[in-house]
Design a protein around this ligand. Sequence first.
Ligand SMILES: Nc1nc2c(ncn2[C@@H]2O[C@H](COP(=O)(O)OP(=O)(O)OP(=O)(O)O)[C@@H](O)[C@H]2O)c(=O)[nH]1
Ligand SMILES: [Mg+2]
Length: 611
Amino acid sequence: MPPRCSSSAGLFLPFLYPSLFRPAGARLHRAAKASITTYSSASDTAASETTSETVEPSASSDDIPVSRLNPAPDDYALSSFADKARVTVFAGGGGHGCISFLREAFMENGPANGGDGGHGGNVYVQAVHSETSLHKLARRRILRAGRGKTGQGSNKAGQRGDDHVIMVPVGTVIREIGRIDPMVEESIAWRAAREKEREFERQFREAERNAVAEGEDPDIATASMEAPENPNLHKFVLYPGLTKSEARNLTLPRLPRRDRLYHQPPGPIHLDLSTATPRPILLAAGGISGLGNPHFVSKDRPKPLFATRGERAVSMQLEFELKLLADVGLVGLPNAGKSTLLRALTNSRARVGNWAFTTLQPNIGTVVLDSNKGRRLYTPPAPKRQQPHAVINDARYGNVVISQHAQLGSGGEAPPPRTRFTVADIPGLIEGAHLDRGLGTEFLRHVERAGVLAFVVDLAKGDAVEALKALWREVGLYARMREEERQEREVGGRIDWGGDAGVGSMGYGGGQPQTTMMPEYYPQLPETNEGGLHIAAKPWFVVATKGDLPETQDNFQRLKSYLDDVTDGKEVHPSGVEGAWTHDCAAIPVSAINGHGVDRIVHWTLGLLEE
Ligand SMILES: Nc1nc2c(ncn2[C@@H]2O[C@H](COP(=O)(O)OP(=O)(O)OP(=O)(O)O)[C@@H](O)[C@H]2O)c(=O)[nH]1
Ligand SMILES: [Mg+2]
């Protein structure tokens, strides 16, 4: 396999290197520049060596030898992708307790020695960077944790059920649709049985009183009255050798109070996993185990002929939605070179073809920063409020404000360095996409969910500025359409259909205040939707690709000066949305097919991601 960013290629574009980053001292610019100065990749070295060479640009991708970045039409791996999944999870039920007695030579009737059952397994969820799609989950539909095993004789406890950990990509939102909680069912049934019992006692006492008043024997008067069945009967396992009448006359004790190791999180569960979770989060707790018969030995009952059943466990229907698709979304017209760029940036084997709509669903690739490929780990600065500042006088830079903790060398407060980021190659966008043309709104939905937008424009195909404006126009129109939809939904939501909204809703926990299981370290994604700003406010930049093709330099220069004007406020934001992000609009020239200039995208993106 050829190197990803080949340094030996003789082909280089004279315009790839000058004035890539704006000279003005924007914060982002400094961050990106700092990371670039500390970095010398193979392609950068090649750049400095080859800028003076006169290089003939290639005419088309057909002239470039087949390689990983210019693959044969059938050299691709179809990635499975799903951004939604509806799954029913079952926690494991508890194993039953065992009824057993010691049998040994010379001890026919030994003491009770039935072991306890094993606890049922729990279902957890964990957000990890190694997952990029929910397709595995979407295929499963049902997930079960292991059931606890039944206890055995000789006081052998049953094995605990296996836990099930659901791995989801970072950026997944989990909503509970419904649950069946046997504990709730049981408490309802128990309350009804208790009510019956009280009623029976009341009637029994009344019958006794009446019999005494009429001079009859109260025992005869009440003999025909049948007490209601023990409501806890179904929680016991009875010795199989018992006859029906023995079973009926068995006096069962009260169930002992048990301490739970895992408490079922109250519903409805709503989790927004926007960062990787350090530990799995409990969704459904397994049932507790049944008790073996030795637990019920007493002076009056030396040989208990029963044990308890393991608890039935909770099951719930959950909806998973991948809200944050990737850190960077590649947005471009069909055939612009997005998939080739993804291949150049990551190890992806996305399909590449010289026709429109080669890509029909997102391909996600991961850029690993510390993989001995020259991409250094980027340590984001510690949050400002945690850093007491100090001013030092530097001979070269004058007065420099530095954080005291950095000065003292105590790095305890700084967040861990970023080790990777994800890039999504999104299907091509055409004019009218916001009206669902082409892959339409399905495509635009993905744009909405990327952290940073990288607009990929083909320098060899028409005016790059016009292409960028067309892309932003569609994105902006879609953003506004979504905003209008949101407002309409809000108005609909305000209508009080029944006059008693929020009271007596269906299902368990209905009518209770909604509890959100939201640990403090999972910040909610901001809902800044005003006027389409939820998309237009995202940081963005332009990747001007196919720079190896002839007569693309002027096109790039025009694009660059247009973007400089947007940054300086001389031109409006290409989407037309007011207040959109124009902090530092950059154009990065690349030749993805040769792997030239792509490392600059990595550095620029890192600056934007940490903004
Ligand atoms: N010369 C040259 N050709 C390129 C470059 N990047 C991509 N191509 C070619 O452009 C064509 C389209 O590339 P793709 O990566 O499939 O484009 P895409 O944007 O993913 O296309 P869709 O998935 O259809 O939207 C292919 O023939 C690539 O070989 C480049 O930097 N230089
Ligand atoms: Mg593609």
